[in-house]
Design a protein around this ligand. Structure first.
Ligand SMILES: C[S@@+](CC[C@H](N)C(=O)[O-])C[C@H]1O[C@@H](n2cnc3c(N)ncnc32)[C@H](O)[C@@H]1O
Length: 457
C-alpha cells in the first residue's frame, strides 16, 4: 500500500471489508430478442452488492468499464410522475422511486463495499467512473484512493450544466456534478476525444472547407454525410482531412445540458443523465464488444448508449420500475438492423407484483385472436382520481409482452406492445398458427408486472 493511501484513509463506524461470497442466486427469467446475443447483455433486478458478488464467478477481471451513479446522500425521496395513457386532461400522481437518506457512516460503508467488488470485476486495463456531487465527492475520492490506489487516479470530470434552482441565501448556484475516474491499473484503455468548438462548427456550416490550412487542394470535412460533401470526396480532386482531427482535445470540464422536458431521450425517471455524457465516457474507455457495467442503472442511460455503440452491457437496479423502463428503452431505441437482445435476471425469491393486486385480468381467444380485458380495483381507480365506473383498462397499461410458447421458466416474448405516452396498448392480438401455452406479461403504470398464462383454443 502506498504511503499516501495510509495517510489519507477515512474512517467511520463499523468500517469493514465485505465478504465477497453471497448466497443470492439470480436466474434468467426473460429473454428478449436473439437469445444467443442476449447472453452478454443483461439486466439484473436486485441489490447491486449481491448481484456483483454473484457476477464474480463469471465476470471477475472481465469488465472493461464501470459507471456508478449512486444516490448522493441528498436527503431526498426521488419521485416520478405517473399518468394514465391516452388521457389528456388528467392530473398525474407522484410515486417514490428511490430514497436517499442515510446516516453518514451507513452511506460511506455502502459506497466502500461496492467499490471493492467493482475493483474485482474490472479488467486490468479497465476504468471506473463514479458520479457524485459536491456534498460527498471529497469522501468518495478519498475512498477510491484507498481501494484503487492514488496512482490510478485519472481525472475528476466536472459536468457543468445550467439549472436554475431555488435561490440559496448564502452561496453560489450549484451547477455541476463531479465524475471521478480511476483505472484498475496504471495502463487503462483510453482514446482521447476531440471537441469541435463553436468556432469550428461555424466554419463548417456547409459541411466542408476548402484549404483550411491544408493547402489549396485540402478538403476539410465536418459533415461527411452531406451529399455535397460526399460528392466532393468522391471527385478525388482533394486531399481529405476530417474536422474531428482539428477539434481541441476534450478537457475535464464538460458542458452538457441536462435533459430538457421535451427531449426525445427523456423517460421521466428521476435523476436521468444525458446520453451525451455517457457517450463520451464509453467512447473514451471502451471498444466495440467490450463489457460495460452500470450498477445503479436507473432508466438505463449507460445501457442505451452501450447498445447504440455496439458494446455489451450489464445493468443492475433494485427498483423494478427501473428494469421496466430500461427494457422499454432498449427495445425502442434500437434501429431495426441491430434489434435489441438482452436477458432479465431476477433473484430466486423475487416477487413480481405488489402484495395488493390492483388488477383482475382476463384472457380469451377465439377466431385466431387473443383478447385481453382488465378490471381495476376501486381503490386503485381512486388513487388515479377516477371516480366513475366508465374507464378503459388500457389507460393503466404501460406495455404488454406476449410469448406464444411460454415454457414456464424463461419468458421469451415476440410481441412488444409499447404505446407512446398518448396512445393505448392494442389489447387484441392475432394468434400465430402454432401457438401453444401463451404467456402474457402486463406492465402497469404503477410498476407491477402481471404474468398470466393462457391456453390457446
Ligand atoms: C441516481 S439513479 C441512476 C440514474 C441513471 N444513471 C440514469 O441515467 O437513469 C440511482 C439508481 O440506483 C438505484 N439503487 C439505489 N440503491 C441500489 C442498490 N443497493 N442496488 C441496486 N440499485 C440501487 C436506484 O433505484 C436508482 O434507480
Amino acid at each position: 500500500m502506498s504511503s499516501i493511501q495510509e495517510m489519507f484513509q477515512i474512517h467511520w463506524q463499523n468500517k469493514h471489508v465485505p465478504e465477497l461470497t453471497g448466497s443470492s442466486s439470480f436466474k434468467l427469467r426473460s429473454s428478449l430478442g436473439d437469445s444467443e446475443r442476449a447472453t452478454n447483455h443483461r439486466l439484473y433486478c436486485g441489490d447491486n452488492l449481491q448481484v456483483m458478488i454473484h457476477l464474480l464467478d463469471e465476470y471477475r477481471n472481465q469488465i472493461q468499464m464501470i459507471y456508478l451513479d449512486p444516490p448522493f446522500d441528498s436527503d431526498t425521496d426521488y419521485k416520478m410522475r405517473i399518468s394514465l395513457h391516452g388521457v389528456s386532461k388528467h392530473q398525474p400522481i407522484e410515486q417514490v422511486q428511490f430514497a436517499d437518506s442515510w446516516s453518514k457512516d451507513a452511506y460511506l460503508q455502502f459506497i466502500y463495499e461496492r467499490l471493492i467488488v467493482c475493483r474485482e470485476l474490472l479488467r486490468e486495463d479497465g476504468t471506473i467512473y463514479v458520479h457524485c456531487d459536491p456534498k460527498r465527492n471529497y469522501l468518495i475520492r478519498c475512498m477510491m484512493d484507498e481501494v484503487f490506489g492514488n496512482e490510478q487516479f485519472i481525472n475528476e470530470i466536472v459536468w457543468h450544466y445550467e439549472k436554475w434552482t431555488a435561490k440559496s441565501v448564502v452561496g453560489f448556484q450549484r451547477n455541476h456534478d463531479t465524475i471521478l475516474v480511476y483505472g484498475k491499473t496504471n495502463h487503462p484503455k483510453f482514446y482521447a476525444q476531440k471537441h469541435i468548438t463553436e468556432n469550428l462548427r461555424n466554419k463548417y456550416k456547409k459541411g466542408y472547407l476548402i484549404g483550411g490550412g491544408y493547402g489549396p487542394k485540402g478538403l476539410v470535412v465536418y459533415d461527411p454525410e452531406k451529399p455535397i460533401v460526399k460528392k466532393k470526396i468522391a471527385s478525388g480532386k482533394y486531399k481529405v482531412h476530417y474536422a474531428q482531427m482539428e477539434g481541441k482535445p476534450l478537457s475535464d470540464v464538460w458542458n452538457i445540458p441536462i435533459i430538457n422536458p421535451m427531449a426525445r431521450e427523456r423517460t421521466g425517471y428521476p435523476t436521468q443523465k444525458p446520453e451525451e455524457l455517457l457517450q463520451r465516457m464509453i467512447q473514451s474507455s471502451t471498444d466495440e464488444d467490450d463489457i460495460i457495467l452500470d450498477a445503479f442503472m436507473g432508466c438505463g442511460t449507460a445501457l442505451a448508449v452501450a447498445q447504440k455503440e455496439g458494446r455489451r452491457f450489464i445493468g443492475i437496479d433494485s427498483n423494478r420500475r427501473a428494469i421496466q423502463m430500461t427494457t422499454k428503452r432498449l427495445l425502442q431505441c434500437m434501429p431495426e438492423e441491430h434489434s435489441a437482445a438482452f436477458g432479465i435476471y431476477l433473484d430466486d425469491t423475487y416477487n413480481t407484483t405488489d402484495n395488493q393486486q390492483p388488477w383482475i385480468v382476463k384472457c380469451s381467444s377465439s377466431h385466431g385472436m387473443l383478447m385481453i380485458d382488465g378490471q381495476i380495483e376501486q381503490s386503485s381507480l381512486h388513487r388515479m382520481h377516477i371516480h366513475s365506473k366508465k374507464y378503459d383498462w388500457r389507460w393503466f397499461v404501460d406495455a404488454i409482452y406476449i410469448d406464444w410458447h411460454y415454457n414456464g421458466e424463461v419468458f421469451k416474448p415476440s410481441v412488444y406492445d409499447i404505446p407512446g405516452r398518448n396512445a393505448l396498448v392494442l389489447g387484441t392480438y392475432p394468434v400465430p398458427e402454432h401457438a401453444s401455452d401463451i404467456g402474457i406479461c402486463i406492465v402497469d403504470i404503477w410498476g407491477n408486472s402481471i404474468k398470466i398464462s393462457h391456453q390457446s383454443s
